[in-house]
Design a protein around this ligand. Structure first.
Ligand code: ZN
Length: 273
């Protein structure tokens, strides 16, 4: 029995992007722990962007607590254990000059915002502590496909923590962003993506993943794209990825990383200065 640590930026990302693999790992008897980084409880006043999202989610009051409950249901279906970080979602954070990090129009590009070195260092420390506590044989996290600021921060911090502890790490394709873009911001230090691996998801695991996706009801409306539900987007994409394994096969894309597995990983750009 192996222990796998999945580091999810938000309450839903691990399931949306890599839920099929996580189900299969649980089914074969591995211990899977999903640590959601940006699960901190915000307090008002909220940014205009946060107010807009709360309305879209149908959660005007205490939104994160409700989303934690959704996640706990999803974790139960997967057979995984959920753990939650204290860090605030980007829509609740301020930038270096005191303004809201994410403006109302929803800019989210990780490379185009003010650096948050203390945040990245804090996440790296929390993930490093978790690695020390549970001793995973593998850490999986997002690749930051699509360059969402929170995804880039969580990824960079997790890569740093894995490198410091010499723990193997794998990065998943962020969905649904990966349905529309293959842009991945550069990785910290001397790390690079190794060749892609399309991981096969069997029919039963896929069904469980879709049930788990269904648990995040507050997010469904926001995730509709050009009239297509999140379930439709994920199925279409997984069948196209899975073609590598055969017709009507579901697949999830991930990468191992190439680079020095040393304790001396260089500080990423956003932690400089
Ligand atoms: Zn996310």
């Amino acid at each position: 029995m192996a222990t796998i640590l999945a580091v999810s930026p938000h309450l839903d990302d691990a399931v949306l992007s890599y839920g099929g693999q996580l189900v299969q790992l649980c089914t074969r008897g591995d211990r899977v722990i999903v640590y959601t980084v940006f699960a901190g409880l915000p307090s008002p006043p909220y940014s205009p962007a946060a107010v807009k999202y709360h309305q879209l989610w149908g959660l005007p009051d205490d939104p994160v607590r409700a989303r934690l409950q959704e996640d706990q249901l999803a974790m139960g279906l997967l057979g995984a254990a959920g753990m939650y970080g204290p860090f605030l979602d980007g829509i609740y954070r301020r930038d270096g000059s005191g303004g809201w990090l994410v403006p109302l129009e929803g800019r989210s590009g990780g490379d185009h915002l003010s650096a948050e070195p203390a945040l990245v260092a804090g996440i790296a420390e929390a993930v490093g502590q978790l690695i020390a506590d549970i001793g995973p044989s593998l850490v999986v996290t997002c690749s930051a496909t699509g360059d969402h600021v929170d995804h880039a921060r969580a990824r960079n911090a997790t890569v740093m923590a894995a490198m410091r502890t010499a723990t193997p790490i794998r990065l998943w394709e962020d969905l649904p962003y990966g349905c529309r873009t293959d842009y991945i911001p550069s990785l910290p230090g001397d790390v690079a993506l190794a060749s892609a691996r399309i991981e096969h998801v069997d029919g039963q695991a896929w069904e469980t993943k879709m049930h788990a996706v269904g648990c995040y009801a507050s997010q469904h409306q926001m995730l509709v794209y050009q009239g297509h539900s999140i379930a439709e987007q994920l199925s279409t994409h997984a069948l196209s990825r899975g073609r590598f394994h055969g017709d009507q096969c579901y697949g999830e894309l991930a990468w191992d990383i190439a680079g020095p597995l040393t304790n001396a990983v260089r500080t990423p750009r956003e932690t400089e200065n």
